[in-house]
Design a protein around this ligand. Structure first.
Ligand SMILES: Cc1cc2nc3c(=O)[nH]c(=O)nc-3n(C[C@H](O)[C@H](O)[C@H](O)COP(=O)(O)O)c2cc1C
Length: 350
């Protein structure tokens, strides 16, 4: 309910004359140090809204005034999906975390694409694309149909966004993870995107991997495909013990889903750093997320190799002012460490 109420409020405020101008004055931070350039796109700062908050792109007008440098909408899929049964979202205040088990509810690409075509964006916009979740009772989907599902969505939105994020690793449906773990499937999808001559940069949201050979395997599959511009690391599945959650284990066992927020920070930072160490840094960039609550958290990700950073859970616990606070703090940290520009800090501690 809180999620829906926040979204509705943002959508409505977007239509109130003058509201976005007031929000801009309250929430935006203007510091040239924070500007990021990538493939002809200009981000006024490196902080973005992560996928999953505005799944359908209904609140974009207001989001552009909330201090973010960019926003990612979705995940959206080729066909509508109801997602998992409710309740499917839980707060864990003792951990600064959220248990998320949405299961990719979305109205399908057609209605979202129509909305994007009408929207005049002033900031870079990403669309997160996933395979339709037909629910646990659906018959197994042939490999060719999974790929067709992604392609159908991509064809309808690639002209109306600045980057595509392929969600290859939803922790709650598991379909994509199993599919892309099978040899050849990722190469096949990427080849078909290349064949469509999509010029929009494509990012891959992968499951958390830290082994050198797993990362090498991923990079080998991406190498021949010109569409791939970079990576992002998704939440781990379930509640791995290394997250060291404080919440009562008996209570946790009753909350299905994956953990977002502070507990995933260390794990996702390790994955980000190792990926940065191994990837071709002339070609790819990383959009880092997971447990960003403060300027220090965002700076850490940048120093480990993220060129752009996203957040979600911090917005739930601290509200939209957190974006401005992080940006102002980031500019100070860059100044402290003698960087004239955020790009100089990327990977400085990798
Ligand atoms: C409620 C919720 C819904 C999410 N939905 C999606 C989604 O639809 N697609 C996706 O790729 N990631 C989704 N995510 C993951 C976020 O995009 C992000 O990667 C993750 O939450 C880590 O950032 P955080 O720790 O700042 O929340 C979701 C996260 C949350 C908390």
């Amino acid at each position: 309910m809180a999620h829906q109420a926040g979204l509705t409020l943002c959508r409505m405020l977007g239509h109130v004359p003058g509201a976005t101008a007031v929000m801009r004055r309250m929430y935006q931070c203007h510091d040239p140090r924070l500007k990021v350039q990538f493939q002809g796109l200009t981000f006024s700062n490196p902080m973005g809204l992560a996928a999953g908050w505005d799944k359908q792109g209904t609140a974009l007008k207001m989001l552009e005034s909330m201090g973010f440098g960019f926003a990612e909408i979705g995940s959206i899929s080729a066909r509508p999906s109801l997602g998992n049964p409710k309740p499917r979202l839980f707060r864990l205040p003792s951990d600064n975390a959220i248990v998320v088990n949405y299961g990719l509810p979305n109205p399908g690409v057609e209605s979202v694409a129509k909305r994007l075509r009408r929207f005049q964006q002033t900031q870079p916009l990403g669309v997160n694309v996933v395979k339709t979740n037909d629910g646990p009772a659906a018959p197994p989907c042939p490999d060719s149909a999974v790929i067709e599902d992604y392609l159908s969505t991509i064809k309808q939105v690639h002209d109306d966004c600045d980057y595509l994020m392929l969600n290859l690793s939803c922790p709650n449906t598991g379909h994509e993870q199993a599919f892309f773990a099978r040899p050849g499937n990722l190469s096949n999808l990427l080849q078909q995107i290349d064949d469509l001559q999509v010029t929009t940069p494509v990012f891959l949201k992968i499951a958390p991997i830290e082994q050198a050979d797993q990362i090498e395997q991923l990079l080998l599959q991406c190498r021949p495909h010109r569409c791939v511009a970079g990576f992002s690391v998704n939440l781990p599945t379930g509640k791995p013990s290394e997250l060291n959650l404080h919440a009562d284990p008996a209570a946790l066992a009753k909350l299905p889903g994956a953990i977002a927020g502070q507990p995933v920070k260390e794990l996702l930072n390790r994955c980000l750093r190792r990926l940065y160490q191994q990837m071709d840094r002339e070609r790819y960039i990383i959009i880092g997320s997971g447990g960003v609550f403060t300027a220090e958290d965002a700076y850490e990700k940048i120093c480990y190799g993220a060129s752009l950073v996203q957040l979600y859970t911090a917005l739930v616990y601290h509200g939209p002012l957190v974006v401005k606070q992080i940006n102002e703090g980031l500019a100070q940290l860059l100044r402290r460490d003698g960087f004239d520009h955020v790009s100089q800090a990327v990977g400085s501690k990798a």
